[in-house]
Design a protein around this ligand. Structure first.
Ligand SMILES: NC(=O)c1ccc[n+]([C@@H]2O[C@H](COP(=O)([O-])OP(=O)(O)OC[C@H]3O[C@@H](n4cnc5c(N)ncnc54)[C@H](OP(=O)(O)O)[C@@H]3O)[C@@H](O)[C@H]2O)c1
Length: 382
């Protein structure tokens, strides 16, 4: 896939392809995905034939979509030069359409766009589908793309090219729904074409323990039960709900952060040195760690798990609402905004060393005051 010698910090520009962004009118698309793609474009890491097609139900013309993305890009990626934006904007287009239901015209329109894009560059047959929609739509969207032969086994066998999927968390709501989604995917798609993304792992602070441990001869010999008493992994954010109350009511801190991001981080801290530095080997080593985590039996939940919810607080001299007073949150909500788990990793390296993974949405940041001065909110324990 890498063809161009143009390098940027170890990355190379890739072949022409088209990224279809489902949920393009949403928060993730505007705050993260499009600004990230713009940064790649600005560094010359996208093929000149790269195209991005936004897809969502909101009614917008191509031009309105570009205007909205311009605002988002300038806010998130920095102003950059106008030339880079103009060049990037010309690669964007938009399809306003339903994801599911009776009216599936959007998929027919997508097929037409791929045809017109093809023009010998390959941009129309090399496809990345980014699903930035609520997770309940992952299955239906993938099914419709497969039925329309725009992706999946039928597409792969008919064309030269590929169709890959990027799925963000949450992947299902529980074990049963995650299994069901995996089964549906396996039915029509190759596993190698599915990228289940945890963007948290791209953060520098998450990658640092790896470098600290494996690039420093002094740390690896003491990275074990003989020298470490316990490990605490805490993701504390100086944020209230900031308009995300509706989402949080369906997720809570445990599903939103602990079972995915913090367990990933726990696995990275506890991992054995991988034999090779490639994604598959590192993934396998992480799985070994997770398999060594002792199950928490029902009778031990109270001892090893804590849930809490922040309540209104004005001790810092400024009043901050409690979780139940936030927008789109039920008055009697029991959803947790704080969650902590004490885990035991039963292997030779970590036996007897508790790992605590905690997520806290208990502080509030305000524009007038730096977070270091802010006071912790009081938390209702559950
Ligand atoms: N935002 C983040 O920072 C973040 C981080 C990690 C993971 N995620 C995950 O990424 C996905 C997208 O997140 P997001 O924050 O961008 O979500 P979002 O803004 O709530 O939704 C994205 C788009 O999906 C469409 N949509 C929303 N609710 C829908 C519904 N009930 N039925 C059909 N379409 C609906 C809307 O577009 P139209 O109405 O125009 O179709 C919306 O603009 C979610 O699975 C989320 O859990 C988000």
């Amino acid at each position: 896939m890498i063809t161009d010698a143009k390098q940027h910090r170890g990355f190379a520009a890739v072949n022409a392809c088209t990224l279809v962004l489902f949920g393009a009118s949403g928060d993730l698309a505007q705050r993260m995905v499009v600004p990230a793609i713009f940064r790649l474009a600005r560094r010359g890491l996208l093929s000149p034939e790269f195209r991005l097609i936004g897809y969502a139900r909101s009614k917008m013309t191509d031009e309105e979509f570009r205007r909205r993305m311009r605002k988002a890009v300038l806010r998130e990626a920095g102003a950059g030069d106008e030339g880079a934006w103009t060049d990037f904007a010309a690669r964007l287009s938009y399809i306003p359409a339903e994801y599911d239901g009776y009216d599936l015209q959007g998929y027919a329109e997508l097929a037409r766009r791929f045809e017109t894009l093809d023009g010998g560059t390959g941009a129309g047959v090399r496809r990345v589908f980014y699903l930035a929609t609520p997770p309940a739509l992952f299955g239906p969207i993938m099914k419709h793309l497969n039925d329309a032969k725009l992706a999946g086994h039928a597409y792969q066998s008919a064309k030269e090219g590929w169709a890959r999927f990027i799925l963000e968390k949450p992947f299902g709501r529980d074990r049963a729904s995650a299994h069901a989604l995996n089964t549906d995917i396996a039915h029509s798609f190759d596993e190698d074409d599915i990228y289940r993304i945890d963007h948290f792992l791209g953060k520098e602070i998450v990658q640092n323990p790896f470098a600290l441990r494996f690039a420093n001869g002094i740390f690896e010999p003491v990275w074990n039960r003989n020298y470490i008493d316990h490990v605490q992994i805490t993701a504390a954010e100086t944020l209230g709900m900031e308009g995300r109350g509706g989402y949080y009511e369906t997720a809570g801190a445990m599903r939103d952060m602990v079972q995915n991001h913090l367990l990933q981080l726990c696995a990275l801290v506890a991992i054995e040195p991988p034999a090779e530095w490639n994604a598959r080997v590192v993934r396998d080593e992480k799985v070994k760690v997770l398999r060594s985590v002792r199950k928490i039996n029902p009778g031990e939940v109270k001892r090893d798990a804590v849930r809490g919810q922040y309540v209104a607080d004005s001790t810092s001299g400024e009043s901050a609402p409690g979780y139940r007073e936030e927008e789109k949150v039920a008055a009697g909500s029991l959803v947790e905004t704080y969650a902590a788990l004490k885990l035991h990793i039963d292997n030779q390296r970590w036996a007897g060393v508790p790992f605590t993974c905690a997520r806290a949405n208990v502080w509030r940041s305000t524009p007038q005051r730096s977070s270091s001065n802010s006071s912790p909110r009081r938390t209702r324990r559950g």
